[in-house]
Write a protein that binds this ligand. Structure first.
Ligand code: RAT
Ligand code: ZN
Length: 434
């Protein structure tokens, strides 16, 4: 079956790419280049196949994505506790019925499922999921991953890897985990955000730490991070932080950040990814779908970037109100790399606004998007949406440039798209080696 995404680029055979483009040609060339360039997905929750059941894929996982669960409760009388008592298949059926049969799937997340079904040539308007289930059941995972990556136009994804996750940690300890298209990221929320309920796990593993993170704790956390660096070869360390995060302040988290995490990142030459602005569990009954958003005080970033000039910070912020400040701070600090339009920001209207703002303020010195995919096939619609939203924005930037007096070639556009969607990530995350 032929994938519908992405389109193939079609430069004229005799073209060198150096010819000056007419204004009228710009959109087509931008679309071509976006379609033909393999992107790097710098933050996902996907797993290489050797992680077994941790890697989610297929129609039932697509439908029970927590972005859709949140929408489901708005269009169904099913209460969260009833929903969570159902089997995965029953949950998927309930969501399909409520959001795709009884309502028109026009939200971003519902349209995403439609786009995935369409990409595989599956019907998008059936009353049940029988055909879709039959299709996914017959796929073999390794081949399916390759096909999905091709359809999404991506060559490499970065996973999210939690060394304190009871299911994930044994997988790292027992089997070699190299895969040419997956790279690791060392997720440290349990250390930086939830130390009170996790220091005991480190203690039990022989690291001399205590509840206050006093004494040798910082050095021992560094030893823990180094040990996991050896196992995972992560490309960065990462934490998601609440809207209330502030640095500096006298907290255990900040002590661990300043005395353990940042020195480790420095020594290992790894950036630290800060995803700022979650209001955790605003509605706990919704579980993973229960987090909300709050505006954060980004003077924390100013303080971190200035106090730790040798460290590099990859930053995504969840509140729309924080996006402009993030651009301003990126102009002040070259050790700050804005990335992605995260979670509640990943809607065309907001992606458009954020990306225009970033181009206007930062040129091509940022990473426009990541998928945050939790389910393999989501990369198909998320990256298709990114290309669709980005094409007019980039085209407009080039038209303005031409209008202001500078010619533009296909090679210029290719260089920019490569920088935005590949080489900023490659150089910041040292992605090329194993
Ligand atoms: O976007 C999401 O799926 C969120 O639930 C989070 O996982 C977020 O992306 C994160 O990495 O913390
Ligand atoms: Zn995420």
């Amino acid at each position: 079956m032929k994938a519908t995404l992405p389109k193939q680029a079609s430069p004229r055979p005799e073209s060198t790419g150096a010819e000056v483009l007419e204004i009228a040609q710009i959109s087509m060339v931008v679309e071509d280049v976006l379609a033909a360039t393999q992107f790097i997905d710098v933050h996902t929750h996907l797993f290489a196949p050797s992680f077994g059941k941790l890697g989610l894929w297929g129609i039932d996982e697509l439908l029970t994505y927590h972005y859709l669960e949140a929408e489901f409760f708005r269009s169904s009388h099913t209460r969260p506790e009833q929903y969570f008592a159902l089997s995965k298949t029953q949950q998927a059926d309930a969501i399909w019925r409520a959001l795709f049969v009884e309502n028109t799937p026009i939200s971003e997340s519902t349209r995403g499922v439609v786009a995935v079904l369409k990409a595989f040539g599956l019907p998008t308007d059936r009353l049940d999921l029988a055909e879709a289930r039959a299709f996914f059941q017959t796929q073999s995972l390794e081949d399916h991953i390759q096909r999905v990556f091709d359809m999404a136009g991506i060559s490499l994804v970065v996973m999210t890897n939690d060394p304190l996750d009871p299911e994930e940690a044994p997988a790292w300890l027992n089997v070699a985990r190299e895969h040419p298209q997956f790279r690791a990221a060392l997720r440290i929320d349990k250390i930086l955000r939830h130390w009170a309920s996790n220091w005991q796990a480190l203690d039990a593993q022989g690291y001399k730490v205590d509840a206050q993170a006093s004494g040798k704790s910082a050095a021992e956390v560094q030893r823990f991070l180094f040990d996991w660096y050896q196992r995972m070869r992560p490309r960065y360390m990462a934490v998601s932080l609440p809207d209330t995060f502030f640095y500096p302040a006298e907290t255990v988290s900040n002590r661990l950040l300043a005395e353990a995490v940042l020195p480790s990142c420095g020594e290992l030459d790894l950036p630290l990814s800060l995803m700022i602005g979650v209001r955790p569990q605003a509605n706990p009954a919704l579980r993973l779908a229960g987090d909300a958003v709050g505006r954060a005080d980004l003077r924390s970033l100013e303080n971190l970037c200035r106090t730790f000039p040798k460290n590099r910070f990859l930053v995504s912020v969840l509140s729309r109100e924080n996006q402009h400040e993030l651009c301003v701070y990126a102009r002040k600090f070259s050790n700050l790399m804005p990335f992605g339009c995260w979670w509640f920001m990943n809607n065309p209207s907001i992606v458009e606004e954020i990306t225009r703002e970033r181009i206007e303020m930062l040129g091509t010195s940022f990473i426009p998007q990541h998928s945050d995919a939790r389910v393999l096939e989501q990369v198909i619609y998320k990256w298709s949406n990114t290309r669709r939203t980005l094409a007019p924005i980039l085209s407009n930037a080039y038209r303005l440039l031409v209008d202001d007096g500078r010619s533009v070639t296909r090679n210029d556009i290719q260089r920019d798209v490569t920088r935005l969607f590949r080489s900023n990530a490659e150089s910041w995350m040292n992605l090329n080696g194993h």
